[in-house]
Design a protein. Sequence first.
Length: 281
Amino acid sequence: MKRENPGKAETVTEKAGYDPAGLVREGERVDDLQRGGLRIIQDPSLFSFGMDAVLLSAFASEDPILQRKKDLRGLDLGTGTGIIPILMSARIPAEHLTGLEIQEASADLAGRSVALNALQERICIVRGDIREADRIFAAASFDFVTCNPPYMIGSHGLQNPESAKAIARHEVLCTFEDVSRAARTLLKPGGHFYLVHRPFRLAEIISSLTGSGLEPKRMRLVYPYLDREPNMVLLDCVRGGKPRLKVMPPLIVYRERGVYTDEIYEIYGMDPEEKKHSRQT
C-alpha cells in the first residue's frame, strides 16, 4: 500500500493563498455547525463527517478538566476535514488544538475551514502520517488526544482501497494499534485519550489501549434506538491511569424515526421545538 507523505509533515494552515473570499471551491458546500457561528467546508466527493465525530467532540468536551483549564494543548489524530478541533474550539477554552491528517485533499479542506472560521491562532492542521506521529511531534507534548479512527479492519473487498472514503472507513493506512501507540507516545503522563469506535471491536480495543499504557476510565455506549443494539462506543482513557472504569448511562440517538432525543438535539445545538414545528409544517 502506498503511504502518503511518510516521515514528513506540512502545516497546512500556514500555507499561503488562503484568501477568505475564495476559500470555497467549485463543487464544495459550507455547512452550518449550529454552534457559535462555526461553519465547515465539505466536498461531497470525499468523506464527510458523521454523527460519531460530533458525539466524540461533545463527550471529550464534557470532561471537567477540559472545561476548566485554559492552557491545554490537544491533538486530533486523523482529523479528516477538521470537524473535531473546530467543534471543540467552541466547547472548551484549550489554548491550542492540532489536527493531523494524511490525505492531502482532506487536510486542505480542514485548513480552509479553519481559515473560514478565523481560528488560525487556535487550530493548526498538519499533514502527516499517524505512524510517523512521534517524528512529527515531540513525545509527551499534548494534554489530550482525540481520534475517530477507521472502524473496519483492512482493505478486504474494497474496489478502490486508496479512495478517500475507503481510507476513512477502513484500516488501510493505519491500524488501531498504530493509533493507540501514537496517542500514548504523544500524551503527557496523566493525559487523556478520547475516542469513538464500534462495540463489536471493544475487547480488541481495550486490550490494545491497556497494552499501550492507556487505561479506560469512562465508557458510554450509543444506541440508535432504545430497543436496538449499540452501534458506537465512546471511551476516555488516561495515560498511566489506575484500573477503574465508569460505565455511563446509555446515549439514545432517536426517540422515534426521524426524531432525535433531547440530548442529541442539545449536542447538535438545535432546538427540538423548532424541529418539531418544522416537521409539522
